[in-house]
Design a protein around this ligand. Structure first.
Ligand code: LLP
Length: 428
């Protein structure tokens, strides 16, 4: 985890002490490392440079304007799934000619907004959606590029709630229906059908699902070309994994080793939609211990000021995030896996929980921690992707602030919400 390192027993983000940031901005706070975000983006670019892939950062993973702008300035495109995300991507300086738009339920309003913005491409997920785009494009005198999102019925072996490429999932179009659409393509005069899209789920820890999907795509692309469909683009989506445990995981080069030869064989332009890989390990959530308590039954709780409304992944997916004191004499284990105890001398195990009124408001169960006392800071690691973006104000809790570190400087890139923010737009 190179963005965050302990120096002299206290945690730093790049060259800034976390304690210094928090003494100014308070807790809970999301803290991101700008230079690691750029390093991850460049690592992907390098891995796929042979085919000059268009990288469209998946806005849903972290939509902070400043982070999107950092990536836009580096040349990234954007993958959006709503009118709101498109608005953000544009506000952050994203160029329309690098924006792709996915999602099973694009409304006419959203489609019109995207057409007016002349985005690069729609990833279309049903025949009905295609018809809507065709009509709206006709009305506006446009002919947008479209990729059909294929559901290849492949199990990417992710958490059940984040798998998208199996036949029972709502996403994409099966091969038979896609072939029918290609056959009828002259019935969509306002659409430039020019590619395909596959996104299997996330995070995907082996290259096999990508390889299996592309193996299925190969004969299909040939068949479409035989039907005079110009297949110019292949979008292989996102899902590139990161390590939540400290274990080594596969890197972009490993994915590229399977994807690039396929792209060369089918002679398409490649589009990638990474989210988690770019921002996941470049952000943490800092929280303060409010109370400790021990029940007569021997359960020990650390109650902190962040909660499931700030980071819902543990409650929603039983996701594992490493948690460690910001300042401590004891080194964090290099690898810590769910269910594997790393208790050492001076450590005990705790349930680390938030204050929200739900029993699922638990960040970690039976988790080894060095001695912590009320008022201490804890770092919840690997929280840069699907952290703040999935947060809410449930229990009428103001959402956390976000801070971006760049070398030895930092800046608040989203203010902590105030009570007034929480009721804005409501009427009595
Ligand atoms: N492209 C499409 C069409 C997607 O639906 C997604 C993610 C991505 C790209 C980016 O996937 P990534 O590279 O970030 O893995 N909330 C869950 C993850 C849901 C992912 C939704 N789609 C989590 O916290 O793990």
């Amino acid at each position: 985890m190179d963005a965050f390192e302990y120096k002299n027993k206290t945690l730093f983000c790049e060259d800034v002490k976390i304690e210094d940031i928090v003494s100014e901005v308070g807790t809970p706070a999301y803290i991101y490392s700008k230079n690691t975000i750029l390093a991850r983006y460049n690592e992907l670019r390098t891995a796929f440079q042979d085919v000059d892939a268009l990288i469209c950062f998946s806005v849903k993973s972290n939509s902070n304007l400043s982070i999107c702008k950092t990536l836009a300035d580096a040349g990234s495109g954007f993958d959006v799934v709503s009118g709101g995300e498109l608005f953000r991507a544009r506000r952050a300086g994203g160029v329309p000619s690098k924006i792709v738009f996915a999602g099973v339920g694009k409304t006419d309003k959203e489609i019109r907004y995207a057409l007016e913005n002349d985005i690069f491409m729609f990833n279309v997920e049903s025949a009905s959606e295609l018809e809507h785009i065709n009509i709206l494009a006709g009305e506006l005198g446009k002919r947008p590029k479209v990729a059909l999102r294929i559901n290849p019925d492949i199990d990417a072996k992710t958490h059940a709630k984040t798998t998208t490429g199996k036949k029972e999932n709502k996403f994409g179009i099966d091969f038979t229906e896609a072939e029918n659409i290609v056959r009828r393509k002259s019935g969509y005069p306002h659409i430039n059908l020019c590619g395909f899209h596959v996104h299997l789920g996330s995070p995907i820890y082996t290259v096999d699902p990508y390889a299996s999907a592309l193996k299925k795509m190969l004969p299909f692309i040939r068949k479409c070309r035989d039907m005079d469909c110009i297949v110019e683009y292949m979008n292989v989506g996102g899902g590139y994994c990161i390590s939540y445990t400290g274990e080594e995981v596969i890197r972009p080069g490993d994915y590229a080793s399977k994807i690039v030869p396929f792209i060369k064989e089918v002679q398409c332009k490649l589009i990638l939609e990474p989210g988690r890989f770019i921002v996941g390990n470049t952000g943490i959530l800092i929280t303060r211990v409010t109370y400790k308590k021990e029940t007569v039954h021997g359960r020990k709780f650390v109650i902190c000021d962040a909660a499931m409304n700030d980071l819902i992944r543990p409650a929603l997916y039983d996701a594992f995030h490493r948690i460690w004191p910001v300042t401590t004499n004891i080194k964090m284990a290099d690898v810590e896996k769910p269910g594997e105890s790393t208790v050492r001398r001076g450590m005990d195990t705790f349930d680390i929980v938030g204050p929200v009124c739900e029993s699922s408001d638990v960040f970690a169960k039976d988790r080894p921690l060095p001695k912590v006392k009320e008022g201490d800071l804890l770092a919840i690691m690997t929280a840069g992707a699907y952290g703040f973006t999935m947060s809410s104000s449930y229990n009428t809790r103001p959402r956390a602030c976000e801070v971006l570190v760049d070398g030895n400087t930092y800046r608040v890139v989203r203010n902590r919400e105030t009570y007034e923010d929480l009721i804005r737009g409501e009427h009595v």
